[in-house]
Structures are given as C-alpha cells and as structure tokens.
Design a protein around this ligand. Structure first.
Ligand code: C5P
Length: 242
C-alpha cells in the first residue's frame, strides 16, 4: 500500500489508562500510526496492542530498552511476538546488546509468524540540550557528532534505524544513507508550545531534512481540536512536500 503523508505522522498514546487511549483512538480515526510508550504499556499492558491491531493500525512500541545483552534480547523477542512495526532500544546499551536485540527480534517474529519489527536505536533524547549533555552527562562530544556516532553504532550492529532530534536528522541522513530509517520526535508546528522538548524543528523542516517518520504528540493531542490540528499538519506537509 502506498504511504501517504498522514501515514508518516506517528501520534503517541501518552495517556495513563486504556480507556483514555481508546477515547483518543475514537477521536482521531484518521491517524494510521500510533505510538505506545512506557506510561500506557506499564499501566494497560499488551491489551492496548490488541486494540490497535483490531483497528488495523500500525504500532510503534516505544519502550526504550536499556539493559545487558541477555535482558534486552529477551525483551525484543517478546515484543516482536506482538507483531509491532517499530521498537526502540537505547544505542548506549552498546554493540553487543544491540546485536543481541536485533537477532532476538528476528527470532521472536519468526516464532510468531509476524513481520520483523524495525528495531530503532535511541540516540540522544530530544529533551536533552547541549548543556545537559556536557555538564550533567559529561559526554565530551558535541551534538550532532554524538548522535551521529550512536546512529552509526546502531547501523553497524544491524539495526533498521534510529530515533533522533530533527536538528540532527540532516547529518544522520547524509551519513547513514537512504535505507536507514530515521524517526524524529521533538517536532513542533510553528506557534506551538515546546514543553519539555529542547531540540525541535517544524514538521516541514524535519521531513525536508530527511526524516521518514515524525512523532508529534501534544501539538495534536492537547489541541482544542485534535482532528483539526492533525489535518493542518498534513496540509502543511502536502503544500510544502518533503
Ligand atoms: O508530546 P510530544 O510531541 O513531545 O511527544 C513526543 C513523544 O516522543 C513522547 O511520547 C516521547 O516519549 C517520545 N520521544 C521523545 N524523544 C525521544 C524519543 C521518543 O520525545 N528521543
């Protein structure tokens, strides 16, 4: 099936209960790709994935695994059995853990007869700025070099792609070439609140810089009219195509 601009916008179900998630799904039937993150998965469990599957939605299971190789492999094997489309692990787990996670995702998918999920590496969270990286985390590299280094580590380890800030996507796209998936949160249509995000760009700028998918949450879900907010973002992307 041909992917439309709307299919490239992933909306997070960042709510605490299954009932609230279902209310959001009902409110935005035109959204085809949903993200289930830590809050909802911890509170509602895998039932929410079944709900999304029943509605023929694509699923980004964003649990950002970070652990030793054996543990992340077990988690990825289990997640792949749910038949999700995208899955995340922190690149800072290291090469051995990334490779083990990738192999386990392939095994989990084969065991359950599902397609292999695209395993994405989290590079540098979009809520961190250069100051936090240097002073709090004591990372000696600057952005985007550090994000680029982590994306290349993921690529060498056989992962399908990475999650990065829209401010780094241009350089990552150039270096990692065309087939590496780049998913950008931290996207803010002009005039919307940044909230806790620190390294943002507009949807058009992020797509033009090379993102495959955009994760856009509060500018849609916290809008007075979420359906209108989603529509306006799609329109803007169609008028100024990537
Ligand atoms: O509401 P907002 O658009 O900021 O939502 C962004 C979503 O993307 C959240 O669900 C957040 O967990 C996720 N995310 C992020 N930064 C990353 C990876 C994922 O903001 N590096």
């Amino acid at each position: 099936m041909v992917e439309t601009i709307a299919d490239r916008i992933i909306v997070p179900l960042d709510v605490p209960t299954k009932a609230q998630a279902i209310a959001l799904l009902d409110q935005l039937p035109q959204v085809t790709f949903w993200k289930v993150g830590l809050e909802l998965f911890v509170s509602a469990g895998p039932d929410i994935l079944t709900e999304l599957k029943n509605r023929q939605k694509k699923i980004f299971l964003d649990l950002k695994f970070h652990d030793i190789p054996n543990t992340v492999a077990g988690a990825c094997r289990a997640a792949a059995r749910y038949g999700v489309d995208l899955l995340t692990i922190h690149a800072t787990c290291g090469k051995e853990a990334l490779k083990a996670a990738q192999s386990a995702a392939v095994e989990g998918a084969a065991e359950s007869g599902n397609a292999v999920p695209n395993l994405l590496a989290i590079t540098v969270l979009t809520s961190l700025n250069a100051r936090a990286l240097a002073f709090d985390l004591k990372i000696p590299l600057e952005l985007p070099e550090y994000a680029l280094h982590l994306a290349l580590l993921a690529q060498e380890s056989g992962l399908a792609g990475a999650v990065c800030s829209p401010q780094e996507v241009k350089q990552l796209r150039y270096t990692c070439r065309d087939r590496f998936l780049l998913v950008c949160p931290g996207v803010r249509p002009s005039g919307s609140e940044a909230g806790d995000q620190r390294r943002t760009l507009t949807p058009c700028a992020a797509m033009n810089a090379g993102a495959n998918y955009l994760v856009i949450g509060r500018p849609i879900t916290a809008a007075a009219d979420p359906a209108l907010a989603f529509h306006q973002i799609c329109e803007e992307l169609i008028v100024k195509p990537a």
